[in-house]
Write a protein that binds this ligand. Structure first.
Ligand code: GSH
Length: 228
């Protein structure tokens, strides 16, 4: 890779940001990072981010990349080795299931914003159904296709991370009947790049965020934390 200055603009909780950081760490790429407050976006960020979203990657101060999938693929392409399969069909297959992962993130947002238990349960069932589909195709471990860690794994690590917090404070047991997903989740949790993608106080920050949603999950968290 030719020497470039890479500057990632991030938010402490964003799962799309985590994908980019996991890719940077997996490929041992030097970068700097700045967290911004999405509730109070700085003017310089509004000018640089066409969609107003993180992550964005500033390359050599003169080029801004946006959309995590684009950022991850760029980082992968400009460094040795690849976190994508080389075969075109397999690569397309991975991209398709990466998109599926983004759909799960939308469902997770629906889950923590659901206003009552009925809609919460419905969305949780939908999430379990989606992971049921993954259970059919994921390898027996450790990662999606087996021994090798791919970009696809970088996408699912932040997804599973939500459930570590959900399960600490609620009775959710999303993966109870999904043994292969459980193995995958556990391998991702132990991966160094995955651990480096968030701050140590991530669980506390996520709980604070979830409690502020004024949702059914906020109520569950308040009840659980008060009972501790
Ligand atoms: N498709 C985008 C999604 C990024 C995204 O939704 N980022 C959220 C934070 S997790 C964001 O910046 N939201 C701010 C907003 O929409 O105003 C990607 O993959 O980069």
């Amino acid at each position: 890779m030719k020497q470039q200055s890479l500057h990632l603009v991030t938010h402490i909780l964003c799962p799309y940001v985590q994908r980019s950081i996991i890719t940077l760490e997996e490929k041992s790429i030097a970068y700097t990072r700045v967290d911004i407050d999405l509730a109070n976006k700085p003017d310089w960020f509004k000018q640089k981010s066409p969609m107003g979203r993180v992550p964005i990657l500033l390359v050599d101060e003169n080029r801004t990349l946006f959309e995590s999938a684009v950022i991850c693929e760029y980082l992968d392409e400009v460094t040795a080795g690849s976190l994508h399969p080389s075969d075109s069909l397999e690569k397309a297959y991975h991209r398709a299931w990466i998109e599926f992962g983004s759909g799960i993130l939308q469902s997770i947002s629906g889950l923590y914003n659901a206003k009552d238990s009925a809609s919460f349960d419905k969305i949780h069932e939908e999430i379990q159904r989606k992971f049921g589909m993954l259970e059919e195709i994921v390898s027996g471990g450790p990662f999606f296709t087996g021994e090798q860690f791919h970009l696809l794994d970088a996408v699912y690590a932040p997804i599973f991370r939500y459930f570590d917090v959900f399960e600490s404070y609620t009775n959710l047991n999303t993966f109870a009947d999904l043994p292969k997903c459980q193995i995958w989740r556990s391998a991702l949790r132990q991966r160094r790049s995955v651990q480096l993608a968030v701050a140590e106080n991530y669980p506390d920050l996520l709980v604070q965020f979830l409690k502020s949603r004024d949702s059914y999950m906020s109520q569950l968290l308040v009840t659980e934390i008060n009972n501790d």
